[in-house]
Design a protein around this ligand. Sequence first.
Ligand code: CO
Length: 296
Amino acid sequence: MTNTNARTRSVARTIDGVRTLEGAGFSVRRPFPTEALDFFDPFLLLDEMGPTEIAPGGPSVGAPTHPHRGFETVTYLLEGGMRHKDSKGHAGKLGPGDVQWMTAGAGVLHDELPDENFVRRGGTQHGFQLWVNLPRKDKFVEPRYQEFPAAGIPTGRSADGKVVVKVIAGEALGARAVIETRTPIFYLHFTVAPGAAVTQPAPKEFNVFATIIHGDGRFGSQEIPGAEGQTLLFAADGDTVTFRNSGTEPLSLLLLGGVPLNEPVARYGPFVMNTQPEIVQAIRDFQSGRFGSIES
Ligand code: CO
């Protein structure tokens, strides 16, 4: 497709993900929040969970009971198995390719652990958790879940079959997401064959970044190199994002875009509000049991 009016965005920054421990001590690679970048409005956090090898029978660790208020958590599993339950009586499992989009809103207690059946067999645990901020008007909405198995996530393909995209949110290569977002967001998992290239529409008002899961690529108008573990932030100087596989293995990456909320962000761990008094209130509500409890 050629649109002579479209301009390709440049890459503004490259960030190396930082390895850290999360939850009860599982390894994540995190581009933000880090010293390099606090958040990328409306995105608050991105964690690549693993890849971690779990021996048959374990040990394995997850994120035992913790609260959330004022934003959304999006879990996308690539390999392995997770289970989760919460104070609203919701429980489920995630396998490879499955997506859970949780709107925490007013607040939930959440429990996320490796799936027992997966741990018994052992294998690789690998996935992503993204935190998406909610606008002021939506911070107290009722918690909501959107859960889709891998087979329910729409997939787009280029005509030559060299580019495949799983459309978790938004639209790409003729495929449109089934997950609804509260503000305009796209969440795309591209797999690009060596030598192949992608041009993805990304209107100027979107903050856009790519996180590389595997392989080597060249990004944006300056053809900036990027490799596994790196996150590239695109400038708002165009309305398309371009990249290509410059390596010999498939290039696998997440391309995310969202319209910034441009609201003040007050955050304290799992609470993300607009003001400090709202954070104090969230902590009080949590400590006084207003987030409920998790049935075992
Ligand atoms: Co959680």
